[in-house]
Design a protein around this ligand. Sequence first.
Ligand code: AMP
Ligand code: TRP
Length: 326
Amino acid sequence: MRIFSGIRASGDKTLGNYSGGFRQYATTQEQGEAFFCIVDLHSITTTHEPEALRESTLSLAAMLFATNLDPERSTVFAQSHVRAHAEAAWLLGSVTSFGELRRMTHFKDRSEQQEFVSAGLFAYPVLMAGDILLYGTDIVPVGDDQRQHVELTRDIAERFNSRYGETFVVPRGVYPEEGARIKNLQEPERLMSTSAGNPQGVVRMIDEPDVIRKKFKTAVTDSGREVRHDPEPKPGISNLLEIMSVASGKSVPVLEARYDGAGYGEFKTDVGEAVIELFAPIQERYRELRADEGELRRLLGLGAEKARQASAPTLTAMYDRMGFVR
Ligand code: AMP
Ligand code: TRP
């Protein structure tokens, strides 16, 4: 089985990224041949600083290895190191409609936050479809916010296959049962993300323990006093329960029983401590890995070589079937 996922090199990665992304990568890598791509070409679709991109690409590589991706077993690489991605995006642009792209909620949300809305931001899902389809991917582990992009990828694959002949595997998205949508601790109606929302409610994977503790202590809850998962009336507590489930490995019903009758204060403190404990070993490995830039570049070089080999046959088939003289 082929597994592929991508993660943007930008900003600091959050508890949401851990839950919907990193955590799933480490478990799915056991199930087959896995590719994890630092999507630096996607990072330039909103305004970016060149120096910050270099820094965040290397930091993200360190974080991927720190969360247990094994470079022997999985292919971890930077998108810009494998030319096939940019080429595939151009070719697939011809089987993607303007109307489909215009409907993407990711585009609508992001474009509202930008003064300069780039053509790249609009075409973002086409580049993502190419990432996935180049590798004959069967499953795509992602958070719930990527569902629409994965569905579009399936449509693009099917359209290409029916126009030009069977070329692509039609991939399937895999979303965690709990923690596919971690919310901002201060604004539980909003996804936890570094690009928008109250920063006090965004837990970063590299936050110091005291910072994490404080963010959970001040997390908004709801009126009422029961620790119960019921997202409509209790968005804050439901979010904290999902976070606790991710951090402790216990299911939400088990946690509800455990905190039956306990106050919100005790519960929030425990969630904070569980997250601190979860991130402590990751942070330690991250610091070690990040300090050795030569080694990170070497590992990315190896990954790029494997990714080039794996993607080349698909790209050749695409050019062929579309009628390009080779
Ligand atoms: P990004 O940093 O946007 O490239 O996201 C990397 C991965 O993290 C993707 O699979 C996203 O779906 C996932 N992700 C981002 N934010 C959240 C969140 N708040 N909850 C769950 N998953 C998330
Ligand atoms: N769009 C994804 C995000 O913002 C990142 C991404 C790019 C991706 N290419 C991908 C995810 C391919 C899965 C597969 O999180």
